[in-house]
Every structure is written in structure tokens, then in C-alpha cells.
Design a protein around this ligand. Structure first.
Ligand code: URP
Ligand code: ZN
Ligand code: ZN
Ligand code: ZN
Length: 496
């Protein structure tokens, strides 16, 4: 009945509770919560500290192959290192299907990329870019059953976007097999037209990236995604929601009783479109959707505090500013259309949200844990193994000094990106020790994970996004089809 590790005297916060208790860890799991636990071989004194479930970052991009000479700065080694040092113990990056490639080949490729490199545990979302009949009938259902129970689909980007009919077909598979679809909602044709119009006028500086993707085109695509979800009668998640107009659509959907989940990211709370100005440096903050303005930041904060949002993820998409493979392709300053989209943030996600969310009282400590750990674990079928501190759960724990004052500088971060968009920001509170399955991966200001400590996590069915069973006829999706069609389908017709 001895413990490998005991964490003593800390204030534990989960999504549901705040309590003074010690944590006994054995075999990588939490096996006891109590007071005056017996000594462990390793003792951690957490007096004056907060003890929380490690973060679950359910939206990050590591080592995704890019086109012509571009490369992501972080692979699974450096990306998960950065995560660990910022208190995150599980990441869910993407395995992107390239058009023409089988989905399974994509997943296998990413397993090779991650193999023995990760220091925190990881699962994969798939990115479905080529929903051929074969993919929809065979590959996607098989992969969902094997633990890849979520996938992202894009309404924009030429090499990734699906048209509405393809989205409907893919959502129908999510419904039938209990998977969760994540949707990148921006209107591709509107972006293309605005981009060519700006270019014709000679407006190619990074600041025009934001001009080319105004809120209206996110609002329209968000509304359309909601409609497609309603037609198929399947819950969806709208990823990286940037501001008021998209939020209005989601509130409207909630008013109609639709299960539309929503994710936002630190860039929509801490950056504005002004960060894309000031010359080519603005390329550092080019991401999609673009950051908006202060008024929109306030609306996103409201959505966090009132429960509109289910989770906060980083959308870490790492590109170096200098050098030929990142924000200056070929070493040159290019028009905004050619700047790779995305910003780093896997290490700063939790401290930024803690400091400006919890310390200011915008969200409670328990909401913080929900948004950054418990909800993503539940949404993607990893709970209760991940996302909480409970008997039997993995001992994935972040111990925080809630009063530590930190000025964010890129030099202190552990990614391979040569900048942070949050340079110079002052935050209060930082994780001082991170444990993954009971092992220290970040402690005393040092990254200290045993090599290859991170394990692959097959995901269960997303518990928050279970489709309504009464609409299923003979295993075929019926959804919100008009009555007559639904009857046909129940009578043995072929719905798909
Ligand atoms: O600009 C962004 N967010 N790049 C990453 C890819 C995506 O759409 O999430
Ligand atoms: Zn996206
Ligand atoms: Zn992303
Ligand atoms: Zn069928």
C-alpha cells in the first residue's frame, strides 16, 4: 500500500471541486486522495500551490507536411516538450489526409512522426480532405472504431476544403458511427475574391490578411455549418471561433436546441488585427480566422464565462519568422496570400487564460479546469482517464504557483519557433511542476521527461456528442429528412 509519489498540502482544483487533499500515486495513476497519506518514495510539497489536472490541448499542429519548401518548426519532440513546460499533459494534434491519399496511410504516417518522440500523451484527430466513397464507406468507420473518433473538415483552403455536399456526406458518417466533426468555418470563395481584389489594388502587406477574412465570412460559414449539422442531425464543434458574429450564430443555434460545440483560442482573447500591422513583422500574427478587435475580445470572454464555449485550445501552428521555411517563404517577404497561417501557443495557453481569466475573476478556477482539461477530455472520449484528478485516473497533474509573476519572452519557451506573439506580456501564475502518468516532465525550471515518455491514446466515442438514437432506422441515418423520405428510409430504402 505504498506510493510511488505523494503530492502533499496543495489546493486541488478540478472542474467540479476545490479541496485540500494529498494525492497518492502508484503505477502512474491516482490511487488515493486523502489527508495524512503514508509516505511515498517521492514526496512533492505543494503548500501554497494549486494542483490541477494537466491541460488537454485538443487543437495543435505538429510536423504536418507543408507544400513547397515550407516546414512546421515543431515536431512531436519539441511540440510536446513545449506543451509539458506549460502544464499540458495531453495533446491532440492532427493527422492530415492529403488529397488522393488514403486516410489510413495518413494516420500511419503521423504515427511514424510521433513515435518515441512525444513526452506527453497524444491522440490524433484526422483531417478529411478527400471523402471518396471508399473513405466514407470503409476507412473512416474503421478508423473511428480504432480510436480516431474525431476529424476536422475545412470549408476553406484550396487543398483542403470540402463543398457542402461532401460535408453532408461526411457528417452523415460521423452521425452513424458516433464521431465528432470539427469544422473550420470560413467562406472560401469570399476569401478568394477579397484576396484577388486586394492584390489588384496592390495591397499585399500582412495586415491585409485580416482585411481578406472579415467577420462576415466567418459568420456566414458558421451559420452554414450549423445548418448542415441540423440537416444531418449530428452535433458538431466549430473550431477557433474569433468573435461576436460567429458567437451570435452559435447562440441562435443553442436557442433552437441544436448541439453546436464551440472552441476558442488565446489569439482571440489577447491579440487584435492591429498586431498584423506595422510592416512585415505582422506576419507573426497571421492566422485564420484572424484576430479581431477589443470589442470582440470582450464578447469571447463573455462566451467563456457564460458557458457558450466548451473548450479553449491553442491552435499551435508553428512557423519560424526568419529563415526560408516559415513566415518568409524562400527567405523573402511575400504577399499575405503566401504567408503560412498559424501562430505558436501550446506553452502559453494555460498561463494566459489563468492570468487574465481566473485572476481577474472572469472565469472561476473550476471553469478554467473545465475549459482547458476536463471538457476537451470528455469531448474527445479520453475522460475519465484524462482531464481530472480522481481515483483511477492517470496521474497527469500540473502544480501551479498562482502568484508567480512572469514576463513572457520567447527565450524562456521550449518550442522551436523564433518568436511568440505574446512577447512582453505580463502574467501572474505559472505551472512549476508537470507530471505525466506520475513522472515529472517539467520541474524546477527544467524539461525532464524520460525520452519517448508520451504514449498514444486511442479515443473512445465522444460522450458529449452522442447522436440521438431514436432517429436511426435500421442503422441508416434518417436525421432531419422530411417525414416522407424518413418513412421510405425506414421501409428499407437506402438513405445514404
Ligand atoms: O491559421 C491557422 N489557424 N492555421 C492552422 C490551421 C487551422 O486552420 O487551424
Ligand atoms: Zn482551422
Ligand atoms: Zn488549427
Ligand atoms: Zn446506406
Amino acid at each position: 500500500k505504498d506510493f510511488d509519489t505523494v503530492i502533499r498540502n496543495g489546493l486541488i482544483a478540478t472542474a467540479a471541486e476545490t479541496m485540500y487533499a494529498d494525492i497518492g500515486i502508484r503505477g502512474g495513476r491516482v490511487v488515493a486522495l486523502g489527508q495524512e497519506l503514508a509516505r511515498g518514495r517521492d514526496e512533492i510539497d505543494a503548500r501554497g500551490k494549486l494542483v490541477m489536472p494537466g491541460g488537454v490541448d485538443a487543437h495543435c499542429h505538429f510536423d504536418q507536411p507543408m507544400e513547397d519548401g515550407l516546414r512546421m518548426a515543431d515536431d512531436f519532440l519539441t511540440g510536446t516538450r513545449s506543451a509539458a513546460c506549460g502544464g499540458t499533459t495531453t495533446v491532440i494534434p492532427f493527422a492530415q489526409q492529403i488529397k488522393g491519399q488514403s486516410l489510413r496511410a495518413a494516420v500511419e504516417d503521423y504515427h511514424r512522426r510521433a513515435g518515441r518522440k512525444a513526452s506527453v500523451d497524444y491522440a490524433f484527430h484526422m483531417i478529411v480532405t478527400d471523402p471518396t466513397p471508399e473513405v466514407l464507406r470503409e476507412e473512416l468507420p474503421a478508423l473511428i472504431a480504432e480510436g480516431y473518433s474525431s476529424f476536422k473538415i475545412y470549408m476553406t483552403y484550396d487543398d483542403m476544403k470540402l463543398d457542402d455536399r461532401q460535408i453532408l456526406r461526411t457528417l452523415a458518417v460521423a452521425r452513424r458511427h458516433g464521431a465528432l466533426a470539427m469544422i473550420h468555418a470560413e467562406n472560401a470563395d469570399c476569401i478568394a475574391w477579397l484576396t484577388e481584389t486586394l492584390e489588384e489594388a496592390g495591397h499585399t502587406a500582412p495586415a491585409y490578411h485580416a482585411t481578406s477574412r472579415p467577420m462576415a465570412i466567418e459568420r456566414e460559414a458558421t451559420h452554414r455549418a450549423i445548418t448542415l449539422s441540423e440537416l444531418v442531425d449530428v452535433p458538431i464543434l466549430i473550431v477557433h471561433v474569433s468573435g461576436r458574429e460567429a458567437i451570435d450564430q452559435i447562440r441562435w443555434a443553442h436557442g433552437r436546441g441544436l448541439r453546436i460545440y464551440a472552441e476558442t483560442c488565446p489569439q482571440y482573447l489577447f491579440l487584435t488585427a492591429d498586431n498584423l500591422g506595422g510592416g512585415y513583422e505582422g506576419a507573426k500574427c497571421v492566422c485564420s480566422p484572424p484576430p479581431r478587435d477589443r470589442a470582440n475580445q470582450r464578447v469571447v470572454w463573455e462566451g467563456l464565462s457564460d458557458g457558450l464555449f466548451t473548450l479553449v485550445s491553442s491552435d499551435h501552428a508553428p512557423f519560424r519568422f526568419d529563415g526560408p521555411e516559415g513566415k518568409k517563404p524562400g527567405g523573402k517577404e511575400v504577399g499575405f496570400r503566401h504567408i503560412p497561417n498559424g501562430i505558436p501557443g501550446v506553452e502559453t495557453r494555460l498561463p494566459l487564460l489563468f492570468s487574465e481569466g481566473v485572476r481577474t475573476g472572469r472565469i472561476s478556477l473550476n471553469q478554467f479546469v473545465s475549459l482547458t482539461s476536463t471538457n476537451p477530455a470528455r469531448l474527445y472520449g479520453l475522460h475519465p482517464r484524462k482531464g481530472t484528478i480522481a481515483i483511477g485516473s492517470d496521474a497527469d497533474i500540473a502544480i501551479w504557483d498562482p502568484d508567480k509573476e512572469v514576463t513572457i519572452e520567447n527565450g524562456m519557451l521550449h518550442h522551436e519557433v523564433d518568436y511568440t506573439p505574446y512577447e512582453g506580456m505580463q502574467v501572474t501564475g505559472w505551472p512549476v511542476t508537470t507530471l505525466v502518468r506520475g513522472e515529472r516532465v517539467w520541474d524546477g525550471g527544467q524539461f525532464c521527461a524520460p525520452a519517448g515518455h508520451g504514449e498514444f491514446l486511442p479515443c473512445g466515442k465522444p460522450e458529449m456528442a452522442r447522436p440521438r438514437p431514436q432517429d436511426t432506422a435500421g442503422g441508416h441515418y434518417v436525421g432531419n429528412l422530411p417525414d416522407a423520405l424518413a418513412k421510405l428510409s425506414k421501409a428499407g430504402g437506402h438513405a445514404a
